[in-house]
Design a protein around this ligand. Sequence first.
Ligand code: 4AD
Ligand code: MG
Length: 482
Amino acid sequence: MKRQTIKSLLADYKKVLHHDITVQGWVRAFRSNRFIALNDGSTINNLQVVVDFESFDEETIKNIKTASSLKIVGEVVESQGAGQNIEIIAKKIEILGDNFSEDLEKTVLQPKKHSLEVLRDQAHLRFRTNLFSAVFRIRHAISFAIHKFFNDGEFFYIHTPLITGADAEGAGEMFSVTGFDLNEVPRTEDGSVDYESDFFGKKTSLTVSGQLNVETAMMGLGRVYTFGPTFRAENSNTTRHLAEFWMVEPEVAFNDLEDNIDLAEDFLKFVISYVLENCKDDLEFLDKRFAEEQKQKPEKDRAKEGLIEKLENVVKKRFMRVSYSEAIEILMNSKENKKGKFQFPVEAWGCDLQSEHERYLVEKHFESPVVLFDYPAEIKAFYMKLNEDGKTVRAMDVLFPGIGEIIGGSQREEKLSVLKAKMEKMKVDEHELWWYLDTRKFGSVPHSGFGLGLERLVLFITGMTNIRDVIPFPRTPKTAEF
Ligand code: 4AD
Ligand code: MG
């Protein structure tokens, strides 16, 4: 007898109506010793299994508990009850694994409401809840849509290294990678660490971005992207930062900043549309949860639109495109700034924007996703193309409601001399990046790219509010459990 997923069974049950089938899954709930809500992870929807008391021994019935794993053979019939089309009348029930009741009681598998904090402490079990299975099915769909977008657009997927000698962002926020016994680190005569005797014969770290490597691939393959884990040793304990997160970084030869912004907008809209079309059940579940959450909030803090409505609107609207200089004017003249409501007051052109400023622009001023461009050179990375004014660079950040920065990117400096001068000024080691500089020596071209933080997009699409709840096992300051 062929076993199928509950998702495919519920979608296509007519073929098996009044036939016997085999299903396997876990018990989400067992009501009145008669109705099992069975879930196998393929969908948020449970399959109802009807257990006729008389057909089974007492021991079997007693051992069917929340979380039990079952193999069931039974007949597919039309359901009498509301809420489902079909149910299974069980003929054979096999309990596949143990359930240690005392331990079970201490877990989030208990069918009641658990706080997100408690669920985080049991991250290895939270996949088994409705909420987290929905979030991770959607995270999968987003990842798939990302690959689809680029594959359809004739991009090539390049696997860039995680271990690197280069600080791509020049921010010095890297985790060291070493083979040394930290109790006996070899030192040179002058007392500094002897990296030459380390595993790689040089100082190495976990990468903060695959961009510099993917730029070299762009020079041969034209349109490329990398999509993998990145690491930042910044000590920011916020709901938007992880020490280990996944980044998607396309890089396109011959694209200027405007092409880059167009690509970012098309890309985000494609992925969001894909999820709207392909994850309806999970999104509806999250939409209801989102609406419940809003009710708990004071009126003034409530979201103006529902989750699905918000996603549909983002796909419909053209993103606002605003220069950094215009944004600073808006912020300086805002009531919030004048009344001292920002934690970081906006005082002059040149300051870096904080998340509160980004969110003011997106949520209050424009009420739309915003792309800011032409930032001051001083506050952006060394590789960005210098504008003719000599003080701004062709940078772009895409800002989203509720999130702030979701994408950061730029047109790249393609002139070797300008790039070298920038590196010197920003103290980026030219010798370490000799291979990167070669991209500007042989057939250098105008080119552009950006980086999307995958988890920030998952946050936006699922309506979750803490980035720790959209990655299976979050790594943040002082946490690396599991
Ligand atoms: O703006 P960032 O630092 O840009 C880069 O790394 C460029 N090399 C990208 C490129 O042009 N190829 O990071 C890109 C995005 C941010 O917009 C944000 O969404 C996400 O990565 N991000 C983080 N997400 C979670 N936790 C963190 N600590 C993050 N830091 C950046
Ligand atoms: Mg950035």
